[in-house]
Write a protein that binds this ligand. Structure first.
Ligand code: ADP
Length: 316
């Protein structure tokens, strides 16, 4: 019997728990023994590794976050700790590894492979959707739906009280969440790092709209733009002439009941990843693009920044 382990690294996302459930069930079906590594690479170094059972994953499919914890690990950047991590895996005879994480986590995994030949498959999991080579990362759909619900609620108060709401979304340098939200929430303004903007170009239009009876504005701004959200709100007050408020959505975007899409993507990502490791693939990331599911090398996934879909960008 072969032993296989999974860990979550970097920012957690909704969809990790459904992935853990599928991992336990599918690996057992395939005659493997599944292990959980708790708290990311930290747990790998500290030997916080335990065999996983069906009962560990019962009742978690509807929960956001991850039952086995996630972490960033400074120690894993150092060779001496990666050696300890490898010794821990050796003790438990684990030589197959799956990691739910972002490109940083995959870079760590690649270094680990080069030094110790631990075969791995990465599963893209980040609400930033910024991993090159994949059009979908686990957690995105839940995040977008949480944002949608929040904005629908904000719209109620914005329309009742005649205000401009500047709503800040996460995504680091990637404006994906903001752009999709803009297109699906009917906002008046969307600012993202990928597109240069000039607020002055909106001034006359917005002022005319207010004069013609517009009672409120919804502006979606991505956290990575060159200005603070408060500066955008100040611009609404000073130049458009409407009272305004900033709403930073923050970490609610990472939580919540996983959507059907994220549960299904978790199921498929994990199934493909386990199959790949059993087929002898040694170092890959399971990606999803217009060709469906396919495997990409670490180099392709981590060497470039992902570009926003041109069609989507053209709508802005
Ligand atoms: P994400 O996976 O979401 O991009 P980070 O960039 O924070 O998150 O990376 C997660 C973890 O991956 C880091 O805390 C570190 O432990 C590990 N890691 C990242 N880059 C490397 C690297 N070059 N070598 C070793 N470990 C790394």
């Amino acid at each position: 019997m072969k032993n296989i382990a999974i860990l979550c690294s970097g920012g957690d996302v909704s969809g990790m728990n459904p992935a853990l459930k599928r991992f336990v069930e599918y690996t057992k079906e395939k005659g493997l023994t599944p292990f959980f590594i708790y708290d990311g690479y930290e747990g790998l170094i500290d030997n916080n590794i335990k065999e996983a059972s069906y009962s560990d994953v019962s009742g978690i499919i509807n929960r956001g976050g991850t039952k086995i914890g996630s972490a960033r690990s400074k120690r894993f950047m150092q060779k001496k700790y990666r050696k300890i991590a490898k010794e821990n895996l050796n003790t438990l005879a684990i030589d197959l590894l799956m990691v739910l994480g972002g490109d940083g986590s995959f870079r760590g995994l690649d270094t680990f492979y080069k030094e110790h030949k631990v075969k791995f498959c990465g599963i893209p999991s980040t609400i930033d959707n910024d991993i090159n080579g994949t059009d979908y990362c686990l957690g995105i759909d839940t995040s977008l739906n949480i944002i949608k619900t929040s904005i629908d609620a904000i719209r109620d108060t914005a329309s009742s009280f005649s205000r401009a709401f500047v709503i800040e979304t996460m995504g680091r340098d990637c404006g994906y969440l903001a752009l999709i939200t803009h297109l699906t929430s009917g906002s008046e303004l969307c600012l993202i790092p990928e597109k240069e903007y000039n607020l002055k170009s909106y001034e006359n239009k917005f002022k005319t709209e207010v004069a013609n009876g517009r009672r409120y504005f919804i502006a979606i701004v991505s956290e990575g733009i060159r200005q603070d959200s408060q500066e955008i709100a100040d611009w609404f007050e000073e130049k458009v002439g409407i009272e305004s408020r900033v709403s930073v959505l923050g970490h609610i975007q990472r939580g919540g009941n996983p959507t059907v899409k994220d549960r299904l993507m978790a199921y498929k990502f994990v199934t493909h990843a386990v199959d790949a490791l059993l087929d002898g693939k040694e170092e890959s990331v399971i990606c999803y693009d217009r060709f469906g599911f396919n495997f990409k090398g670490i180099e392709e996934v981590t060497s470039k920044t992902k570009e926003l879909d041109r069609e989507l960008l053209s709508y802005l």
